[in-house]
Design a protein around this ligand. Sequence first.
Ligand SMILES: *Cc1c(COP(=O)(O)O)cnc(C)c1O
Length: 423
Amino acid sequence: MGLGTTCIRGGYAPGNGEPRQVPIIQSTTFRYETSEYMGKLFDLEAEGYFYSRLQNPTCDLVAAKIAALEGGTAAMLTSSGQAANFFAVFNIASAGDHIVASNSIYGGTFNLFSVTMAKMGIEFTFVSPTSTREELDAAFKPNTKAVFGETIANPALTVLDISMFAEAAHAHGVPLIVDNTFPTPVNCRPIEWGADIVTHSTTKYMDGHSAAVGGCIVDSGKFDWMAHADKFPGLCTPDESYHGVVYAERFGIEGAFITKATAQLMRDFGAISSPQSAYLLNLGLESLHVRVARHCANAQAIAEHLAAHPRVSWVSYPGLEGDPFYELAQKYLPNGTCGVISFGFEGGREAAERFMKSLKVAHIATHVADAATCCLHPASSTHRQLSDEELIAAGIPGDMVRFSVGLEDVDDLIADIDQALEA
Ligand SMILES: *Cc1c(COP(=O)(O)O)cnc(C)c1O
């Protein structure tokens, strides 16, 4: 099946007389005839649902669609993108371990890694997404357990050289985890370029309507844990909390990662999607291929318009010829990049604030990747605690506006931008 067909048909195939739409199984628990059978479920010897803190049928149908879209073998939904990235890393790293991560990542992920997971005893080395292979190799340690990056970083809009990062990770016997939130599998499928685990904030384009916070983890089913058993004891030695199951043996290369994340992390942290949210996410997925193409076409037209405008001093968009990441975008995202653009003004910070105030169509919101165009002035909102010097050091100059292009008529958006630039 093509990607568009999978957006609509993946994961769920109703039988004769069954509902066309994914049913919302709004139940915390599931009934069984014998406690012997339930015992098998608890030992992971039989398949079935028992409690919606670990797994729910609605969530699993939607996860299966996302696994098919990414070309993976197994997937799980989580309550948010933050939970997805936390689980993806914590499933294979614990106190005393080390991770190599791109420094060009979502601010929430950077905080999760550098503050909260650091407190848990996991050490991170942050590298530039433009690192050479030699610089990457130098970041590994004997206790490194994974490499992490974002296909297109939010908000820096850098593009990850996925193949190069994957080759480096594999040369050191560890998987590459890629957060593919901004491109979605419509524009890039990181597994085809060597990524082993793919994560999403489904809150963004996958949902696409500002309706439900959510996340997803997809396993490529390609990383051979047993070949590096010394590095991954959690997958390759018995789990005493499940009567000694060895995930990599029992569930194989295709199933071990997601089964362990469900059985241990979802059991203990409970960061599960609600079935209602999974249903809303699925509605978004049904039109993902159509929406992403329109987001990108609108953003391309606006980026070109901004680049030619005398009051705009700089534009960052990987789909724009001359952008430092244009070549990598052509390689990994030939059909389009994303709908988010950042740009700055001749008049600096003050002009940025006046521009935002003057917009009539675009909403001011911290969100991105919504059907409705929205924009943010980080220096006066999300990053307002930083001084001008600190803003520049963080790659967020005071005049920067992050503009998330929606699905409205592009002529209306350009007219709105033009009158705000005039103001
Ligand atoms: C928003 C975002 C996240 C966090 O996702 P939430 O759903 O807000 O928890 C992670 N990664 C990227 C790239 C994001 O844009």
